[in-house]
Design a protein around this ligand. Structure first.
Ligand code: ADP
Length: 493
């Protein structure tokens, strides 16, 4: 029924539940058998006691005048005995010999009567015995010694009741009780097995499915049969499989994109390097040589920035991105970045608008290079996703009245924008909403993490075909906030 009965939930159920139920049922069965046996044997004793009570009326204080009166009174008593149908009454002489019985048959001469011996030696002249006769019949007996006025034994009255019927009844009832106990245990085992099967089977199926998913087989289907915790587990594994599939797809896309991004500049560098090799024989023009050198330098820096981006990403993943913070002028850093990109915007026929504010802004506390990296990434994206003759406008806002603690840098473009369904995901690593434009899909993830490390934020608002606005917010430098001694960043690759 189960894969391995000796371990797992089944075994735990056997140990914890079944053993407890088994113990309880056994205890109940034993108690019931004892109770039934006690009640039945007690009823026999009570009949004996009733007969004995009568005897005290026949022989007051269990005494008589002499042997003769004992015999005549006893005969009379035996003849009129009320319980003949339930027991036998015997009249014994002073030595224990049977003189008459209510049945009329004398018992086996060799039959021992331990109750007579006991009664003879006991203080109250009463002796009890339960056991088997020589014939094998089981009986219970009670003997009362009758004395004369001097206290000498003149004889005894013995009651003998068969316990065969009682024993058989007790045995039958005990068998019924034991069978009922067994039936209860069988029912518990069947219902428990059904219940466990309803847990173990889906869990085992789910475990097999999870193993296949772990091996990269995302085609597996999960059948949710129950709407309970097992059902929730099915849903969780389903969601996990979906997320893993997406992550796997994104990873594959990322590898192919990065390979492509690395191959393009490498091809250009290799091509121009081979062309320039010809220069040794003076076969190429000076202008061609210079153009080639420019391409090699440009493509090398592109390679460097791709590798930098990958390194940043790896640091971000392993939590090794450490800031070297200091008090700095945000406008100066932004100015430098815009200056770097001005030429490019011009060459791509895009308008890069930035009016440096006239007022002096309070300093911020941050890592100069990392913040420049964020500006570069955001403005680079704005230019990248804006078509020719589009506009990228940069604004720096410091509202001393409403928000005196923060400075905002707002980059707005008139580019392709981002679809509403993509907008919540563009800050996720590897996520690319626009597959037509080159890019690794990790720039925004890195920029967002850098802003978080600066206790700032990076928000994106966008509309498809309308353009995008990225707002970067920095907390200003607080008075008394001591610039940290720059920490040395350890780069492990
Ligand atoms: P990429 O290297 O692909 O640009 P990013 O992480 O910088 O990666 O950006 C993630 C995605 O967000 C991009 O693939 C693009 O679809 C979208 N995106 C980012 N900035 C803009 C923008 N200014 N206009 C339109 N889409 C943008």
């Amino acid at each position: 029924m189960f894969r391995d009965f000796s371990k797992g939930i089944t075994r735990r159920w056997m140990l914890n539940n079944l053993s407890v139920i088994l113990t309880i049922v056994i205890l109940i069965v034993i108690s019931l058998i004892f109770a039934v046996s006690y009640i039945y044997n007690n009823s026999v004793q009570q009949v004996l006691s009733s007969a004995c009570n009568e005897l005290s009326a026949v022989f007051p204080n269990y005494q008589t005048d002499n042997s003769n009166t004992f015999i005549s009174t006893s005969r009379n008593y035996v003849e009129n005995f009320n319980y003949k149908d339930r027991m036998e009454v015997m009249v014994l002489n002073s030595t224990g010999r049977v003189m008459m019985t209510s049945t009329g048959f004398n018992p086996d001469e060799n039959q021992e009567m331990p109750d007579f011996e006991l009664a003879n030696t006991s203080e109250y002249g009463i002796g009890n015995y339960s056991g088997n006769l020589n014939s094998g019949e089981s009986v219970t007996a009670q003997t009362h010694i009758i004395t004369n006025q001097n206290g000498t034994c003149v004889g005894a009255i013995r009651y003998v009741s068969s316990t065969e019927i009682v024993n058989n009844t007790v045995l039958t009832i005990s068998i019924i009780i034991i069978l009922s106990g067994l039936l209860i245990i069988v029912l518990v085992v069947i219902s428990g097995s059904y219940f466990i099967r309803s847990i173990v089977r889906p869990v085992r199926d789910l475990s097999d499915t999870a193993k296949r998913i772990a091996q990269g087989d995302f085609s597996v289907t999960i059948n949710k049969k129950y709407d309970d915790e097992i059902g929730e587990l099915c849903d969780a594994v389903k969601d996990m499989s979906k997320d893993l599939q997406t992550a796997d797809q994104m990873k594959n896309d990322f590898i192919s994109r990065v390979s492509h991004e690395l191959r393009t500049p490498l091809t250009a560098i290799k091509g121009w390097a081979e062309t320039m090799q010809l220069n040794e024989s003076g076969k190429i023009e000076r202008s061609t040589f210079e153009k080639g050198m420019n391409v090699i330098i440009k493509e090398s820096s592109r390679l460097t920035s791709i590798v930098e981006e990958l390194l940043d990403f790896s640091r971000l993943q392993s939590g090794r991105m450490v800031l070297m913070c200091e008090k700095l002028d945000i406008l100066a850093e932004l100015d430098e970045t815009v200056y770097m990109l001005k030429e490019r915007a011009l060459s791509e026929s895009k308008h890069l608008l930035y009016d440096e504010p006239e007022t002096v802004f309070p300093p911020v506390y941050g890592d100069r290079n990392r913040l420049k990296q964020v500006f570069l990434n955001i403005i680079d994206n704005a230019l990248k996703y804006t078509p020719e003759s589009g506009v990228v406008a940069i604004q720096v806002i410091y509202d001393t009245d409403k928000q005196p603690d923060i400075i905002k840098v707002v980059v707005t473009d008139t580019g392709c924008g981002i679809a509403p369904e993509d907008l919540p995901k563009v800050k996720d690593k590897f996520y690319k909403a626009n597959q037509k434009v080159n890019g690794s899909g990790i720039g925004l993830a890195v920029a967002d993490e850098i802003m978080t490390l600066h206790h700032g934020s990076l928000n994106i608002e966008s509309g498809e075909g309308v353009g995008t606005t990225v707002t970067i917010t920095f907390p200003i430098y607080k008075e008394g906030q001591q610039p940290e001694i720059p920490k040395q960043e350890i780069i492990k690759i």
